[in-house]
Design a protein around this ligand. Structure first.
Ligand code: ADP
Ligand code: MG
Ligand code: ZN
Length: 471
């Protein structure tokens, strides 16, 4: 029998507001354990949470970017569980009235993923294993999160990866999160069931908690798919349970703890006021939504003439797209080629491309594209100049001046062309005898003597002019 996987995702995105959701502690990643805490985010008796309005605004932006309906009035609820990562034994989240509902994400492969809801909530602390001891770090307690819950619309690993990449791009573009899986600011719970291909009924699902890398997600899904299929093919039944993925063994294992005791005893959080978004605020947030990666990509293809592949690579990282746009009006294709071939080579990792801490300023990049596009320097030289710019951060004009790459002056150029003719009598004779190819040898000679600084078209013209003079 052919089996099909059915997946729904619950994705946690840490918001990059300066302060936490209910207190003024910093949200900064890292730091000495338990130094970014106060009585509120560690849930001390008598402390009172005060909702950070910025978190609501970020949540609304995320909802709008995913095409959601925004509930202008929503509320916070307590979700109870006992576990050392949450000192007050409940998480303040949203239960029956989330901030956003009914959005969708269109994937490149044509699949549409429905977004059921987005709610705001607080993050929990981190448990650190040390031998047989658990240590707790509460720095992350109270960091604001949005949880984005999809319908069970994924049918393959590809769907899941495309969705997460797209989500990353959108969240980064609207500036609500850096979505760094390696720092835990994007984490995923995978809900999965299998069914015979063609069936329209859903099977029993399991939930794999807290996956934090693309590789882990891919491996966990593939493993769990096989596991469930094996159970069903041998006549068994999949048990609905919460699983943990062990990336060392590559297996999913049952988590017999808080998550399996699925009675959260939700009730309204009495200490936090009703969450309200005014109509004015809503309109303002809607109007301030920037161009999203998809729209940007289409614009690059339709208005700037880039290929879809190149456009996709450029819009993947917000800062790269902005850098590109500093020079795109001059010559989009040249600017794109410089970034995608030369600069990307020196910035090889995802993280580096996202951070985009290169030494070349947008102004200097623009200048280089101008010099190249106008023919002041040829492409070979431009690439050399760009490499030096990446190393030193200097302006292109400065590098050209210092390294004498600025083409050749008129008189010197003519002298070199004459020399090419004098020193290569055989090539000249061949050319005159009708062998066009022999001409390339003369151009090559000029290129060598000018260390690549001459413009090939100009060289050809000059050589022909001199040869005609001779004749
Ligand atoms: P709960 O209320 O128990 O958390 P939800 O209805 O909110 O359950 O679903 C949680 C997640 O599980 C959603 O992402 C949803 O798409 C997914 N899901 C629900 N049923 C299935 C299923 N049979 N197979 C795969 N995923 C499912
Ligand atoms: Mg759930
Ligand atoms: Zn605090």
């Amino acid at each position: 029998m052919m089996w099909e996987m059915v997946i729904g995702l619950e994705t946690h995105v840490e918001l990059s507001t300066k302060t936490k959701i209910f207190c003024s502690c910093t949200t900064q990643f890292g730091g000495e354990p338990n130094t970014h805490c106060c009585p509120v985010c560690t849930g001390q008796p008598g402390s009172l949470p005060l909702l950070n309005k910025e978190v609501v605004r970020y949540g609304v932006k995320a909802g709008l970017a995913l095409g959601c309906h925004i509930n202008l009035v929503s509320k916070m609820d307590r979700k109870h569980y006992v576990y050392p990562d949450m000192p007050k034994a409940y998480q303040i989240s949203q239960f029956d009235i989330p901030l956003c509902e009914h959005g969708k994400v269109e994937l490149e492969n044509g699949t549409t993923i429905r977004v059921n809801r987005i709610h705001i909530e607080e993050d929990a602390g981190k448990l650190i294993h040390e031998g047989s001891t658990y240590l707790v770090d509460y720095n992350r307690c109270g960091v604001p999160l949005i949880e984005i819950v999809t319908a069970p619309d994924f049918r393959s690993v590809e769907d899941v990866l495309l969705y997460l990449e797209k989500l990353q791009g959108i969240m980064r573009t609207i500036g609500v999160s850096d979505c760094r899986m390696q720092e835990g600011s994007l984490r995923c719970d995978v809900n999965m069931s299998v069914r015979p291909k063609g069936s329209d009924k859903f099977g029993t699902r399991t939930e794999i908690k807290n996956l934090n890398s693309f590789t882990a997600i891919e491996n966990a899904i593939n493993y769990e798919f096989e596991r469930q299929v094996d159970i069903l093919e041998s006549g068994g039944q999949v048990e609905q349970e919460t699983l943990h993925f062990n990336s060392d063994t590559g297996e999913t294992v049952s988590m017999r703890d808080k998550e399996n005791a699925n009675d959260y005893r939700y009730f309204r959080e009495p200490d936090v006021v009703t969450v309200r978004v005014s109509k004015e605020e809503y309109d303002e947030l809607l109007a301030s939504l920037p161009e999203l990666p998809d729209q940007r990509m289409r614009r690059y293809v339709e208005n700037l003439g880039l290929t879809e592949t190149d456009a996709k690579l450029l819009v993947k990282y917000r800062r790269v797209a902005e850098f590109f746009e500093a020079a795109a009006d001059i010559d989009a294709k040249t600017a794109a080629a410089f970034i995608l071939t030369n600069i990307f080579k020196s910035v090889p990792t995802e993280v580096e491309r996202e951070e985009w801490q290169i030494k070349v300023s947008p102004e200097n990049f623009r200048e280089l594209v101008k010099l190249t596009s106008s023919g002041k320097i040829n492409r070979n030289i431009a690439k050399r100049v760009l490499d030096r710019m990446l190393e030193t951060g200097s302006a292109p004009a400065e590098i050209i001046e210092k390294e004498k790459l600025g083409g050749v002056d008129e008189a010197e150029f003519e002298a070199i062309c004459r020399k090419a003719i004098e020193e290569n009598p055989a090539a000249v004779a061949d050319y005159k005898g009708g062998k066009e190819k022999a001409f390339q040898a003369l151009i090559g000679y000029v290129m060598r003597l000018t260390r690549g600084a001459a413009n090939p078209a100009q060289t050809e013209a000059k050589l022909k002019e001199l040869l005609n003079e001779e004749a």
